[in-house]
Design a protein around this ligand. Structure first.
Ligand SMILES: [Zn+2]
Length: 256
């Protein structure tokens, strides 16, 4: 994390009963207008044995990956896009899906000059992993700038974490849910201190500006929100609290 001392960050986590940093990686299945979309794909086999369970969990939910018509990405990072392709076979995990993402994402991650400026880890985990994961979908990319990208799913770009990082408003009847992507990575710390950025943000200042805009939108409109790194199951409201904000987890109700 950046813009906070380690002791302060540790104190916030300890006071929230989280003595060690623990990160969920969520992906979301959307059923709308009779069609299935997957929002982000988890990490495949890029990030260790406690991650990469999206395909297994789709199976547990009775969903065949063949029936996913669109994979919508918040951005190309290994915990979001690395579940697109099985690297042992090189085959698409979602063979019938189009790949929907902000136009800035492939423009950035396929830029050799930008890749050359990265550290070894960035080149391998971000640039190379992203390229090998999205390339098998090349003839079925659908790039957007903003607006409705799937029935009831509207893209609201919030750049900074990556050049094309995007949040999505999902609407159904009178209900709305904002999927805020990677607006936060360490929720307890970054809601209390929206200025706190991550080392891996492409543009930390822009990421902080985007985070404040998203927080203001969610708190003002009293939106239900979720994100890829909110603690499972990850649905919450956000309220203003002192100079920052605080998440109030949504009560978790099973389907009848
Ligand atoms: Zn992430």
């Amino acid at each position: 994390m950046r813009n906070i001392g380690a002791d302060d960050a540790r104190r916030i986590l300890t006071q929230a009963f989280r003595p060690a940093r623990r990160t969920a990686i969520n992906a979301f299945l959307i059923y709308s207008a009779g069609r299935l979309a997957l929002m982000d794909t988890g990490s495949g086999n890029y990030l260790g044995p406690t991650a990469g369970a999206v395909i297994a969990n789709l199976g547990a939910a009775g969903v065949d990956p063949l029936h996913i018509e669109a994979v919508i990405l918040t951005h190309m990072h290994p915990d979001h896009s690395a579940g697109l392709t099985d690297m042992t076979t090189g085959k698409r995990n979602y063979p019938n899906a189009e790949l929907v993402m902000h136009e800035n994402e492939p423009a950035h991650w396929f830029d050799d000059a930008k890749m050359a400026k990265g550290t070894d880890r960035e080149r391998r985990l971000f640039f190379q992993a992203g390229r090998e994961q999205v390339t098998p979908y090349k003839d079925r990319w659908r790039l957007f700038k903003a607006g409705e990208v799937f029935p009831g799913v509207t893209a609201i770009p919030r750049h900074g974490h990556t050049p094309g990082h995007t949040t999505f408003m999902i609407s159904s009847g009178k209900e709305q849910l904002l999927v805020w992507g990677d607006t936060v990575h360490v929720p307890e710390v970054q809601t209390a201190h929206p200025e706190v950025c991550m080392e891996v943000d492409s543009d930390q200042d822009a990421a902080a500006v985007s985070r404040r805009k998203v927080f203001d939108q969610v708190a003002t409109d009293q939106l239900l929100v979720t994100g890829m790194h909110l603690h499972y199951p990850g649905f919450a409201h956000l309220v203003r609290d002192g100079t920052g904000y605080r998440l109030i987890p949504e009560a978790w109700v099973h389907a009848l």
